[in-house]
Design a protein around this ligand. Structure first.
Ligand code: CP3
Length: 343
């Protein structure tokens, strides 16, 4: 039965007549029902850590649109908090964390195995979803990739160029490498627990992979991803993994082969035709409509969606955006998108 789910079929390499579809941040502020549940929770982190409410917002876009996959509602930065960092979301300003700038900060973090105490509610959310999702909907768990999570832990916030993380990599490579190693181990623990609770696929978000160049890309984007996937597949044989090294550019080529990922998610800075020829040759790809179309809609949305479906029609493809849907998106444009893809 499980093998019939369209997302799992695409991930196993099947070319489907209509690509399965879900959207990054599909549970989010563009939906009035999300805003209502978030208000009920009080704040974003309480929403993440209250299993009934986190499961509810995960289900909202499934009820409204019938996406082929649900993605667990949580955040990539919860793992930093579980390792002992302070984490808060300043209203309208994004995440803030205590910083890791040297060996003393690193020494204050907990070992990887300690994360489950804080993250137990996330596993409860997964268990609730396993019982609540329609039979045809695939449940995706996720984590941030070590480089991206480290970039927030080092800077204490989001940064346009990950400057503080690059600086620590140069100034104190021992601390930097130890933080990446800790996050690699903790991410295996975290995703493994999500899988044990019922996640059928896991995705690694390396949102800032694009700022790693040359040997740094190989060392801090490819290698941690390879290690995490190898460990997960040893513990959970056959578990499909989607990797998203956002803005990797030429680095997308061979990324699946180098890491063992079953699918590479593509941002919208690469053309679908280029990616079909250079990335999809190695297996399933996911993507890559520009999120702005979900704000503007109209014939341009329909044409661009169809163009992407055609470009990837010769191989396994999961339709998605190139990055998360934004709060300004019009919910009606999601209906328009689904009609364009499903006919
Ligand atoms: O629907 C889903 O995609 C599942 C839930 C999910 C969220 N964040 C919820 C969220 C997922 C998979 C993420 C991943 C995430 N979080 C990433 C990687 C993907 C990417 O966008 O590149 C990153 C970098 C983060 C860190 C993060 N969380 C930031 C920078 C912000 C603030 C920016 C913003 O959009 O406001 C968040 C907050 C966040 N995470 C929101 C949601 C729905 C908005 C918070 C709110 O409701 O106020």
């Amino acid at each position: 039965m499980a093998a019939q789910k369209t997302i799992l079929r695409a991930l196993s390499g099947e070319t489907l007549p209509v690509p399965p579809v879900w959207l990054m941040r599909q549970a989010g502020r563009y939906l009035p029902e999300y805003r209502a549940t978030r208000a009920q929770a009080g704040d974003f982190l309480s929403l993440c850590y209250t299993p009934e409410l986190a499961a509810e917002v995960t289900l909202q876009p499934i009820r409204r649109y019938g996406f082929d996959a649900a993605i667990l509602f949580a955040d990539i930065l919860l793992i930093a908090q579980a390792l002992g960092a302070d984490l808060w979301f300043a209203q309208g300003e994004g995440p803030r964390l205590s910083t890791v700038t040297g060996p003393a900060d690193l020494a204050r973090l907990k070992p990887a195995g300690a994360i489950h105490t804080t993250l137990a509610p996330v596993y409860d959310t997964v268990r609730l979803l396993t019982g609540a999702l329609p039979a045809e909907t695939t449940l995706i768990g996720f984590a941030g990739a070590p480089w991206t999570v480290a970039s927030y832990m080092i800077a204490g916030r989001g940064t346009p160029d990950q400057g503080p993380a690059h600086a620590l990599m140069q100034a104190d490579p021992a601390t930097f490498d130890a933080l990446i190693a800790l996050l690699t181990e903790a991410t295996v623990e975290y995703l493994s627990a999500q899988i044990a609770a019922g996640a059928e696929v896991v995705k690694l978000f390396d949102s800032w992979a694009g700022s790693l160049k040359g040997a740094d890309f190989a060392r801090y984007a490819v290698e941690p991803t390879r290690q995490i996937i190898a460990a997960l597949k040893a513990r959970h044989p056959g578990i499909p993994v989607i990797a998203f090294p956002r803005e990797a550019g030429q680095g997308y080529i061979g990324f699946a082969r180098a890491t063992g990922a079953d699918c590479v998610a593509l941002d919208n800075s690469v053309s679908a035709d280029w990616a079909a020829a250079n990335v999809q040759v190695d297996g399933c790809v996911q993507g890559n409509l520009a999120p702005g179309h979900m704000v503007t809609g109209g014939p341009a949305l329909v044409e661009e969606a169809r163009r992407i479906v055609r470009a990837f029609s010769g191989g396994p493809h999961i339709f998605n955006l190139g990055h998360g849907i934004t709060p300004e998106a019009d919910p009606a444009n999601v209906d328009l998108l689904l009609k364009a893809i499903r006919g």
